[in-house]
Design a protein around this ligand. Structure first.
Ligand code: NAD
Length: 475
């Protein structure tokens, strides 16, 4: 049974992108958009006690992703002695757009959608960040994700600030025609906010290359000529970059491999790995880890997880997901829950789904040696402290999953220049950018005796502060 709307109109994720690595790893690109969307309340929350860092306090309430992001900034500000004025400046988004717009559905009814686009900070250049289609999308979630994009772009030394957007919708419940109409109308609503020199969207949870193609086309129709550089993660045929679709997952593998080599003198050979989430990032991470010798013993999606201590056959699993829409029910494995997956005694645990998965409630039960954050914001600050006290190394999201935005940057450059690179060049340049900045993070973490997350944040915030000093405060 297929775990999604059975609609022939559904668009395969990345179907239009040609990617040599797909053939290499047996991928047939038929995971469907929205097939794995969690249709519950907003994720990323946990109840937290009263605490105060700097002059930022979170008291006895559900911590949203935005509060988590602000809390992280407050801790960094305190660690590096950042003054309160600049901390406040960096803790709020520069621009926020909320849109409500109608779409005529297939049955003739009209449905009103809510969407957002947030620009967190543009001191380093145009803003960059994904567009999420998910029922749990909120203004606060977009604010947090935009802020994390600012740090990620600064850490990778890209000429971008951070942005994020989204629509409150389960795309798996729309027909392809409805999805296209909703996307084109959302793109129209935010069109004054985006542009190649202004803000460049990309895919995130629930969106894919086809969605980017519709946004690019809508924006281009309004202007009267083709403007491929307005989005990244679009199909190669219309100006996308080879190697973008698998960039985030491959980048996660490059970073894990380098961290293990440098910090633990370990290779990927027979390393045990559990991956939460089997969408774009999770599936490519699992496959690229597997291709390089790791033993992927467990994976999951919103429907549940599967486990095989001898390692899952990625080729067969990919076929199973293409046929059924979920990893669950895979014959060569036993079932396990998402909660159980997070607590497996593996070498590397890779959360690759949503925010707030490792919390005060479950962090103590994590038995992995390394947590590699392929998702954005999967670990709450309380959980971070617990993992740290247990000696578990956490590779922070803004470093671990930065391969996606790095290749998005390459795509933007290629689109602007109409000059395209081959896949080896894309991979080589991505690996260099990731590993150069990883070296800086490890150096700062050693020099300042802090976690990799704190080091990554310190580097990012210092780079932004330097840009603020150079540009000055207008007027
Ligand atoms: P996606 O929509 O392709 O996949 C999301 C996956 O998570 C699906 O398999 C879904 O079933 C699963 N999932 C959802 N809720 C879950 C739950 N409660 N428990 C377990 N699994 C659950 O999204 P994606 O593009 O792979 O993004 C995943 C994460 O990576 C997000 O945090 C995103 O912001 C981040 N990220 C994505 C990119 C990118 O290039 N797409 C880049 C950097 C970071």
């Amino acid at each position: 049974m297929t775990k999604q709307r059975s609609n022939e109109d559904q668009m395969p994720v990345g179907a239009a992108e040609s990617d040599g690595a797909a053939a290499e790893s047996g991928r047939n690109d038929s995971v469907k958009i929205g097939s794995n969307i969690e249709s519950k309340a907003a994720p990323g929350s946990e109840v937290r006690g009263a605490e105060k860092v700097g002059n930022h306090s979170v008291t006895h309430q559900k911590a949203s992703a935005y509060e988590v992001a602000q809390h992280q900034l407050a801790m960094v500000a305190q660690f590096m002695g950042l003054d309160d004025d600049h901390r406040t400046y960096l803790s709020v988004p520069q621009r926020e757009l909320i849109v409500h717009f109608p779409v005529e559905m297939d049955d003739g009814s009209m449905r009103i959608f809510e969407g957002f686009r947030i620009h967190h900070n543009m001191i380093k250049g145009p803003t960059k960040g994904g567009i999420r289609y998910h029922p749990g999308v909120t203004l606060d979630e977009c604010r947090a994700l935009a802020m994390w994009m600012t740090w990620k772009c600064a850490l990778m030394n890209l000429p971008f600030g951070g942005a994020k957007g989204g629509v409150v919708v389960d795309p798996g419940k729309l027909s392809k025609r409805e999805l296209e109409k909703m996307t084109r109308r959302y793109a129209t609503e935010i069109s004054n906010f985006i542009g190649p020199e202004r803000d460049i969207p990309a895919p995130d949870v629930g969106t894919n290359a086809q969605v980017m193609a519709w946004i690019m086309d809508t924006y281009s129709m309004h202007k009267g000529y083709s403007i491929p550089a307005v989005v990244t993660g679009k199909p190669v045929m219309i100006g996308g970059s080879v190697g973008r679709e698998n960039a985030t997952g491959l980048g996660v593998t490059y970073v894990i491999r380098a961290v293990l080599r440098q910090q633990m003198a370990r290779s990927l050979d027979d390393l045990t790995v559990a991956v939460q989430g089997f969408g774009n990032v999770g599936s490519w991470t699992a496959r690229s880890m597997h291709d390089r010798g790791a033993r992927v013993v467990a994976v999951s999606d919103v429907y549940g997880g599967i486990y095989n201590e001898n390692g899952l056959d990625m080729r067969l699993l990919t076929r199973h997901v293409a046929e059924t829409g979920s990893v669950t029910g895979f014959p060569q494995a036993q079932a396990l829950t998402n909660e159980e997956l997070l607590e497996l005694p593996v070498d590397v645990l890779i959360p690759a789904a949503l925010e707030g998965q490792l919390t005060k409630q479950n962090a103590d039960r994590v038995r992995a040696k390394v947590v590699a954050e392929a998702a954005n914001g999967p670990t709450t600050p309380d959980a971070d402290e617990i993992l740290n006290s247990k000696g578990i190394m956490v590779i922070p999201d803004i470093l671990c999953n930065a391969g996606g935005v790095v290749v998005s940057y390459f795509e933007w450059v290629q689109s602007l220049q109409s000059f395209f690179w081959d896949e080896n060049e894309v991979r080589r340049q991505m690996e260099r950018k990731l590993l150069d900045n990883l070296d800086v993070v490890i150096r700062v973490s050693t020099q300042r005796k802090c976690t990799l997350r704190m080091a990554a944040y310190v580097i990012a915030v210092e780079r932004i502060m330097e840009a603020i000093r150079l540009r000055g405060i207008y007027p």
